[in-house]
Design a protein. Structure first.
Lengths: 238, 406
């Protein structure tokens, strides 16, 4: 069996909260395979946000191992991890999280700048990506001048800047109306069809079931249920 | 890469608008003061020299006075110089002339108002020409005092001004002024010297001054014209030796003073240097305060932009990327302050020198060169950048997951 693109092996994440220790993630196994559309699903407080940080290698585990493209991220130094993360994973956030004093185009150029890509190439790619998300006429607009749906499309374009293998979307439709949300999900599905691995974190079972092929249902910091869609039917593992 | 950070830094500074400008105020003031001060240097020196009447370089002045140095002319001098002293000095080698002069305060009346003025005695004949020459005195209106003049005076330039004359009215050639009860006619007014002594003085014939007050043989100042500048130190020593004998004082306890133009000049320059050092210290304090302001603003900025730092890290920014961005931003704050300070300082240097020149009639040039400007630019950037090191490190060390939470 080929190794996963991202793998969590018996991962624990504990936080010190005053006197007590919060076990946000408490023994979690997740394996993301290339080309999957994975939903990490659970109610708030289930530990799914912490799980997302670990999957996105934004945080290190207290215990257990996290592999990104076969590399134990624990063994990488800070700058190598940042470099690897910037190349392999594109992030889409609920709050869009664009840099407010940069234009749409500059926002998309930023991840490429951190990879040391020449400014000429950055600009060309940013323009191409913006056209792809139908914002060719909004290149020099600032986030404040764009609607929520447009901002999220800029964020999608930004997540694709370094042509990553994985797109990690945290509640990508959470701040959007239904129609715009559907459009964003259509983009993600299309990206998946083109071969990108999508990881979506959501509290919404409907959204997960509608779009994902694999669902990790999280509860109390553990994977409660893992499901895989086989020929339009959900098959439960474990 | 650095160019990208510079653009980012500039955008971030612009976003903070007024706060950025307030932050760079300290650096601005400090750099402006230093640049203006250096730019004005030559002009200032000329102005101060004019105040102290540093004139011809071939004239020594001898003045009676205590061990403490200068006594105000004609006021409470312990043992005045005499006409005989002047005669004796004139006998010395390399001395062309020893001209005794008196400066006395007189009661003056004009425009029905009384005031106390200083009257400086003018010798006759060649000696008077020498005084005009050594003090660089030129007549603006009317004419100079001549040998046959009776009850005539020449005024300093300040008497042309109603405010400065002390009589509440501007004076002109032909006016009558009463000195110690005797009426004199104004026949000339001197050109402006920019000196608080020469612009307020009334020039009067030596004999006429002696007729107004009882001076006896006493002399306030002896101006000694010598053959050449090179003889100056030797003549100074000779005069000191002579007067020690005549006044019966030991070496080191002189109750008189022989002043050379060089000594005067160095005194003046020492005073000026002291003032400049003081101003530079204030400027440095301003720069330090400015640097602390930058530390403060950048630290606040790190806290405010925590989420932004998180986003950047998520999309691949290394610690060094974040550090560089904040570091350059802080340096740029310093640099912009420096640029504005230089512009302001250079302007003050030019306008100030021009103003001083027209005020005292000097021809000093603003002392501004490229190395001063480059040094100021580098300095202001470094001050900002150094102030930004600690906040930038703080920003760089943020953990991505935590920073993203905002």
């Amino acid at each position: 069996m080929n190794p996963g693109l991202i793998e969590l092996k018996d991962v624990h994440k504990y936080y010190q909260m005053g006197e007590s220790i919060v076990k946000a993630v408490d023994g979690m196994d997740i394996k993301i395979t290339e080309g999957d559309f994975v939903a990490i699903m659970g109610p708030s407080g289930s530990g799914k946000s912490t799980a997302m940080n670990l999957v996105g290698s934004l945080d290190l585990a207290t215990k257990g191992d996290i592999y990104l493209d076969g590399t134990d991220i624990e063994l990488l130094d800070e700058s190598d991890l940042a470099q690897l993360r910037g190349k392999k994973i594109g992030f889409i956030f609920q709050q869009f999280n664009l840099i407010s004093n940069l234009t749409a185009k500059e926002n998309i150029m930023l991840p490429m700048m951190f990879q040391g890509i020449s400014s000429h190439e950055r600009e060309a790619r940013a323009e191409k990506l913006l056209k792809m998300v139908d914002l060719g006429d909004r290149m020099n607009h600032y986030p404040g001048q764009l609607s929520g749906g447009q901002q999220q499309r800029v964020a999608i374009a930004r997540s694709l800047a370094n042509d990553p293998e994985v797109i990690l979307a945290d509640e990508p439709t959470g701040n959007l109306d239904t129609k715009t949300g559907e459009m964003v999900m259509a983009f993600l599905e299309e990206l998946n069809r083109k071969g990108k691995t999508i990881i979506m974190v959501t509290h919404d079972p409907k959204l997960a079931h509608e779009h994902a092929h694999v669902i990790y249902q999280i509860k109390d910091g553990k994977v409660e249920k893992k499901m895989r869609k086989v020929k339009d039917k959900w098959k439960v593992f474990r | 890469m650095i160019k990208d950070y510079t653009v980012l830094a500039y955008k971030n500074l612009r976003r903070r608008g007024l706060r950025s400008y307030l932050t760079l105020l300290g650096i601005f003031i400090g750099i402006a003061v230093v640049v203006a001060l250096i730019g004005l240097g030559d002009g200032l020196r000329a102005a101060v020299n004019a105040q102290f009447d540093v004139g011809s370089t071939e004239v020594l002045t001898v003045q009676a006075g205590g061990l403490s140095g200068y006594g105000a002319p004609g006021t409470g001098v312990v043992k005045p110089l005499t006409l005989e002293d002047a005669d004796a000095i004139e006998e010395l080698n390399n001395v062309i002339k020893a001209i005794p002069r008196n400066i006395k305060s007189l009661k003056a009346e004009f425009n029905d108002k009384g005031a106390v003025i200083f009257a400086a005695s003018m010798p006759k004949g060649e000696d008077r020409d020498l005084i005009y020459e050594t003090l660089n005195l030129d007549i603006q209106y009317g004419q100079r005092l001549e040998d046959n003049d009776v009850k005539k005076i020449v005024l300093g330039n300040d008497f042309l001004d109603a405010e400065k004359s002390g009589f509440g009215k501007a004076m002109k050639v032909g006016d009558k002024m009463t000195l110690n009860g005797v009426e004199f006619r104004v026949i000339g007014v001197m050109e402006k010297k920019g000196s608080f002594i020469l612009d307020k003085v009334v020039l009067i014939d030596d004999d006429e001054l002696r007729s107004l007050i009882d001076i006896g043989d006493n002399v306030d100042i002896i101006a000694v014209r010598i053959t050449s500048k090179d003889a100056m130190p030797q003549v100074k020593r000779d005069i000191e030796k002579l007067l020690r004998q005549r006044r019966n004082v030991k070496e080191g306890e002189e109750d008189f003073e022989v002043t050379t133009p060089q000594a005067m000049l160095s005194t003046v320059n020492n005073v000026l240097l002291g003032v400049q050092i003081f101003i530079v210290i204030i400027a440095l304090i301003s720069i330090i305060v400015g640097a602390i302001g930058i530390v403060n603003t950048m630290t606040t900025s790190v806290l405010e932009r925590k989420k932004e730092i998180g986003i950047m890290k998520a999309i691949g920014a290394k610690n060094s990327d974040i550090f560089l961005q904040f570091f350059i931003e802080a340096g740029m704050l310093g640099l912009i302050g420096g640029i504005l300070g230089i512009i302001f300082g250079v302007t003050v240097g030019y306008i100030g020198t021009f103003g001083l020149n027209s005020f005292i009639g000097s021809t000093a040039a603003p002392n501004i060169n490229l190395s001063l400007i480059i040094f100021s630019l580098i300095g202001s950037f470094l001050v900002g950048a150094i102030a930004g090191i600690s906040p930038a490190m703080k920003a760089a060390r943020q953990r991505p997951a935590e920073a993203l939470r905002g």
